[in-house]
Design a protein around this ligand. Structure first.
Ligand code: ADP
Ligand code: ASP
Ligand code: MG
Length: 421
């Protein structure tokens, strides 16, 4: 008997009829002779609504209490789903993250899994039940507190369970038919990928394609878990994510996809003394503020000879803290001023075949200039090129680049549900 882990995202369990539909689907898999472990997210936009609520009662909500609050979302959906399955005549048991043995470190809001001991999940399976595990949550044994894994963390819960339980596949059910060449909400003519490698999916996720969480992909790659991203609204086959594209005979596509991201901001440190050690000093301060920087550019200062301007991008949520840390060090470090800009957008093209294909950057820059788009920063990796531009033109730029690389399909992609929030 094989074991299948199925994860259902918020838009797949948004209301009572959806929960019943998902329950029926899970039962189908069980009836086909499989053991089934389910990971479920909070219903619809519940997590966002809870976050809004917290910010209405507190300017800076306490992180421990925030985790207590947010984990209630998944508790609602897991228990409702178990009830719906039981009504179909099958045994089902829901478990919180801690009951399922999801042990994490103590970092509230972004905890990392340190160990998974799903004793009760295994026992439920042994007794023929369907196990339902709350996504996105864990437990820290030192603080004895409940933690959350960060936004989109239910994907990681599912993959972690699939890894330790030795599942045949981890199915990620969502509101689109799979992983597309671009977000179908932005590019209607985006096409579904039959397959993607872990590497490509990691880059796409890092570039802003939120269809699957980056940490889940990392986990899957490390443990060799095959992922199948598909729609919970149809029976169609979705996108398989594994080590290879599907045998040596399949040539790697030059471009797997185009992604856009507006979750970063840019900080420019103006008038940095142009002497050795200054960049090290600045990035030590930035690292001390706990910011995860992405792109860096250094230019001759527009203001003064003998000085340089250093710009870098970082997640918007790290912006304020990093600006404060830099400002505190301004006099001692000797730079002139700081500029904060949170209206940037990052466009990325990703593809394993870029490794062996020169000319992708030329094609990208030609497409962007043809669309009248000004590039502010550029960075590249082996299989990705990213450019920074104004955020308001990002959707147009993604569509233009998608078209220029010949990725537009003949028909519009279907978005089944969700608000894209
Ligand atoms: P879930 O609630 O199931 O976790 P998410 O909203 O987190 O769903 O992720 C699914 C969404 O990801 C889709 O509705 C789509 O708008 C977005 N998305 C972004 N980039 C892509 C892509 N390349 N392929 C498919 N979906 C994408
Ligand atoms: N409910 C959580 C979120 O919205 C976790 C998840 O859906 O993966 O981020
Ligand atoms: Mg998600």
């Amino acid at each position: 008997m094989s074991l299948i882990v199925q994860k259902f995202g918020g838009s797949s369990v948004a209301d009572a009829p959806s929960i019943k539909r998902v329950a029926a689907r899970i039962v189908e898999t069980k009836k086909a002779g499989n053991d089934v472990v389910v990971t479920v997210s909070a219903m619809g936009d519940t997590t966002d609504d809870l976050l809004d609520l917290a910010h209405q009662v507190s300017g800076q909500p306490d992180s421990r209490e925030m985790d207590m609050l947010l984990t209630t979302g998944e508790r609602m959906s897991m228990s409702l789903l178990a009830m719906a399955i039981r009504d179909l005549g099958f045994d089902a048991r829901s478990f919180t993250g801690s009951q399922a043995g999801m042990m994490t470190d103590a970092q509230h809001g972004r905890a990392r899994i340190v160990d998974v001991t799903p004793t009760r999940v295994r026992a439920a399976l042994d007794e023929g039940a369907i196990a339902i595990v709350a996504g996105f949550q864990g437990f820290n044994t030192d603080s004895r507190d409940i933690t959350t894994l960060g936004r989109g963390g239910s994907d990681t819960t599912a993959v972690a369970l699939a890894a330790v339980l030795g599942a045949e596949v981890c199915e990620i059910y969502t509101d689109v038919d799979g992983v597309f060449t671009a977000d179908p909400r932005v590019v209607p003519r985006a096409q579904k990928l039959a397959a993607a490698t872990y590497e490509e999916m990691l880059e796409l996720a890092a570039a802003g394609a939120k269809v699957i969480n980056i940490r889940a992909v990392e986990f899957a790659r490390r443990h060799g878990v095959t992922l199948h991203v598909r729609s919970s609204f149809t029976q169609d086959v979705g996108t398989f994510i594994s080590k290879e594209h599907g045998g040596e005979a399949v040539e790697e596509p030059i471009i797997a996809g185009v992604a856009g991201d507006t979750s970063e901001a840019k900080i420019t440190v103006v008038g940095v003394p142009d002497i050795p050690g200054k960049a090290a000093e600045i990035f030590t301060i930035v690292a001390g503020a706990g910011a995860n920087i992405d792109m860096i550019v250094q230019n001759v200062s527009v203001h003064e000879a003998g000085r340089t301007d250093i710009s870098f991008t970082l997640p918007i949520e790290d912006g304020e803290r990093t600006m404060q840390a830099l400002e505190d060090a301004r006099e001692e470090s000797g730079f002139e001023s700081l500029i904060y800009d949170d209206e940037i957008g990052r466009l990325s093209v990703v593809g394993a075949g870029m490794r062996t294909n020169a000319g992708v950057s030329a094609q990208l820059f030609t497409a962007l200039s043809g669309a009248g788009i000004n590039i502010e920063m550029i960075s590249t990796s082996e299989i990705r090129i990213s450019v920074i531009m104004r955020s308001d033109i990002l959707p147009d730029a993604v569509r233009a680049v998608h078209r220029a690389f010949g990725l537009d399909g003949d028909v519009d992609a279907t978005v089944y549900a969700g608000t894209g929030r």
